[in-house]
Design a protein around this ligand. Structure first.
Ligand SMILES: Nc1ncnc2c1ncn2[C@@H]1O[C@H](COP(=O)(O)OP(=O)(O)OP(=O)(O)O)[C@@H](O)[C@H]1O
Ligand SMILES: [Mg+2]
Length: 356
């Protein structure tokens, strides 16, 4: 059954009670009072009584309801304040958690960057270690060879000096004229051998200084000497050197490594027959060195990666992928620039620029 609303019930009860009151009180009064004047006065009093009682009842009723309403309102306000406080607390809590998360995120990002840097450093150190190891064993080998060669060279030089003195003041007969020429070529040969041995020693010298006088033409020539055994007859070397000597400040041993690595790559890139052209020139501010080969070339995809540590296209055992990474670092330490241009199948040009 549908519930009847309170205000309808109230109105209905008021009408019903009022009706019953009027009917029964009228009937009761008319049955006991016969004087019409007295009856009229009692009726007026009854009317007033009814109005006052209903007014008091209404007043009490409305007061009671209004008090309840006001209490409810106060309670609601209280709940609202409490809710607002709770929401504010939660918001503050969330904000501080958010800030904490943000801080943690920043720390993670920082750690991430540190890790990446450490990784790059590790790769760098690893490549330096590899190269140092390679250089150390090469150094022991070449120092040994140079030492072993020094003794016989001293003998030959001594023999040359003896021979020279022996024939110095003599006039040669027609048959002996050849002797003078032979003694001179002996001298040229010995001097050349001595300079190769010196070059080998320079290559493996282990100095940390970047203020040494570096004669670039000498260093390139030494590097070619070192690689002599790898240069087959099928590879021709063309030198287009600047007319004057080129001296820059740097580290002699490290610059030898630069040219040995670059020239070695060119030699390895020439599979059958080809040429390597080395040119040097000077302008007002820079020294330019270009090493151009007619080897197999580098693909556009790989050219960006050639100086990355451990990047190699050579089969295992043939290349470590460190040559150009080391070369790049050394050139950077000399404030220089290293660039590559290549045509796949046609050849590669390596450009180096050093400040004067
Ligand atoms: N002149 C060149 N012609 C063709 N490819 C080259 C040349 N120079 C470098 N490259 C390419 O760059 C790669 C990296 O050269 P890098 O000298 O660093 O290492 P590698 O020669 O492979 O090994 P290694 O550590 O023994 O030098 C080579 O594997 C090769 O693919
Ligand atoms: Mg190499």
């Amino acid at each position: 059954m549908r519930k009847i609303k309170f205000e309808y019930k109230l109105a209905f009860s008021y009408l019903l009670l009022g009706g019953i009151w009027i009917i029964f009180s009228d009937k009761l009064l008319s049955s006991i009072i016969y004087d019409i004047r007295v009856l009229t006065e009692i009726q007026i009093f009854k009317g007033w009584f009814y109005v006052i009682v209903t007014a008091i009842l209404f007043f009490l009723f409305i007061k009671n309801h209004l008090t309840k309403l006001r209490d409810t309102e106060i309670e609601l306000e209280h709940h609202k304040n409490h809710l607002e406080k709770m929401i504010q607390e939660k918001t503050n809590d969330l904000e501080s958690k958010n800030e904490e998360l943000f801080r943690k995120n920043e720390i993670i990002n920082q750690k991430n960057t540190e890790l990446k840097n450490t990784l790059v450093c590790l790769q760098d150190t690893q490549s330096h270690l590899f190269q140092a190891e390679k250089m150390a064993s090469l150094g022991i080998l070449t120092a040994g060879v140079a030492h072993e060669l020094n003794n016989p060279l001293n003998y030959i030089m001594g023999a040359y000096v003896g021979l020279f003195r022996h024939y110095e003041n003599k006039t040669f007969s027609e048959n002996d004229e050849q002797v003078g020429i032979l003694i001179d070529s002996l001298k040229v040969g010995v001097e050349r051998s001595v300079s190769i041995v010196e070059g080998l020693n320079q290559f493996t010298r282990n100095s940390q200084s970047y203020h040494e006088e570096c004669n670039l033409h000498e260093i390139i020539n030494n590097s070619l000497n070192i690689l002599q055994n790898q240069l087959s007859n099928n590879i021709s070397i063309h030198k287009q050197y600047a007319n004057s000597e080129i001296i820059i400040k740097g580290n002699v041993g490290n610059l030898h490594q630069v040219f040995v690595n670059i020239l070695n790559n060119s030699i390895q890139a020439i599979l059958n027959e080809g040429s390597i052209t080395i040119s040097t020139k000077l302008d007002d501010d820079y020294v330019h060195i270009e090493i151009k080969d007619t080897g197999e070339g580098i693909s556009a995809e790989n050219i960006e990666k050639v100086a990355d540590p451990f990047f190699t296209t050579k089969e295992p055992g043939k290349g470590t992928g460190l040559g150009l990474a080391i070369t790049y670092n050394i050139i950077k330490k000399h404030n220089g620039i290293l660039e590559f241009q290549s045509d796949l199948g046609k050849g590669t040009m390596v450009k180096i620029k050093f400040p004067k």
